[in-house]
Design a protein around this ligand. Structure first.
Ligand SMILES: [Zn+2]
Length: 47
């Protein structure tokens, strides 16, 4: 999984797979789309 932070509302959320280059993702909180610049890999068993 990867953790992304929405640049619009600042909410961090998880995604199963990284976005492709230039692919926009939609924030589940504010529902605005953005292209992530940084993706932080997280281990779901290590949370
Ligand atoms: Zn957001």
């Amino acid at each position: 999984m990867i953790r992304l932070i929405c640049p619009h509302c600042g909410v961090a959320f998880l995604r199963l797979a990284p976005a492709d280059d230039g692919e926009a993702v939609v924030c589940p909180h504010c529902r605005r789309s953005f292209v992530p610049e940084e993706e932080e890999w997280v281990d779901p068993e290590d949370d």
